[in-house]
Design a protein around this ligand. Sequence first.
Ligand code: UT7
Length: 330
Amino acid sequence: MSKSRFARIAGTGSYLPALRLSNQDLVDRLAKEGVETSDDWIKTRSGISARHFAAPDELTSDLAVKAAQGAMMEAQWNADDIELIILATSTPDHLGGFPSTACVIQDKLGLRNGCAAFDVQAVCAGFSYALSTADAFIRAGMYQKILVIGAEVFSRILDFKDRGTCVLFGDGAGAVALEASDQAGILASALHADGSQRDILCVPGRATCGGIEGVPFLRMDGQSVFKLAVKVLEQVAHEVLQKANMQPEQIDWLVPHQANIRIMEGTARKMGMSMDRVIVTVHEHGNTSAASIPLALDHGIRSGQIKRGQHILLEGVGGGFAWGAVVLRY
Ligand code: UT7
């Protein structure tokens, strides 16, 4: 293996379902169910103004395919050259993720080349996990071209009677076409998990012989998640920068998981970065879990903010508890 073999982003893409609900749209919808909330509460506590929800017949794989097609077009890839599809998701098309949604995506993309395909389950840290997995495959010389996708339909696991969670999440997909290159590339990544904290953000229900035992909706202890997220994001940012032998001031853009503007502001402040070096999409997308980082990355690139040659720090955190960060040169 050549020492100069990097995994480099050749293209990005993203997709949001057509249905956009402003906070007020959601407030009105919830009021009909007797659930009280307000645009002001949602905006002040989370920074969210709107989110997109998938249509009833739209699956995670459908969102993912649209994002992937955008990334493939940008990268000018021949579909048959794709050797691996990695999908980060916690809302797979099928119960238990069986078959993997990555296999469904392969079929829906019309790929008949037998490329490998699998899902990664690390909730909101999923894209960081998927990207560093793809990086490792490329560095090892096993593959040249990998589609890395984050896609979710969290609206399907929201309890619209639980105002503490249902106002925060949305649906969407983002994708990266990652290819082997002698130019940098992903420079370093760091992944962590703490399973002892699994109950603070989870879907407690289980499939049982044709039924579901327990709650089939997302449950979150928001304050515990908030505190832990702020702590581990700072730690992992410093860790990954150290691995890449870089200082925070060398980072042009922070592309954080889009869960809460206050968490993003806290992370940026601790890194000594001003908010005009942070890509923010949470106001329009809400929290799209594994899709949030690639959605924000694609937005940053397509809006002209992120430019070739710039250094980017991506970081995600969520259920598991799992978290991770990646530093790359775009
Ligand atoms: O993607 C994985 C990572 N996830 C996250 O990072 C999320 C982390 N957590 C958070 O972002 C925040 O904790 C929340 C946005 C979820 C909540 O903000 P908070 O400032 O921690 O609020 P809180 O949970 O302490 O609730 C404050 C009050 C409570 O009322 P009382 O007990 O003070 O009377 C809640 O009942 O706000 C009430 N409340 C609401 N009020 C209106 C909770 N949800 C709502 C709502 N509308 N939707």
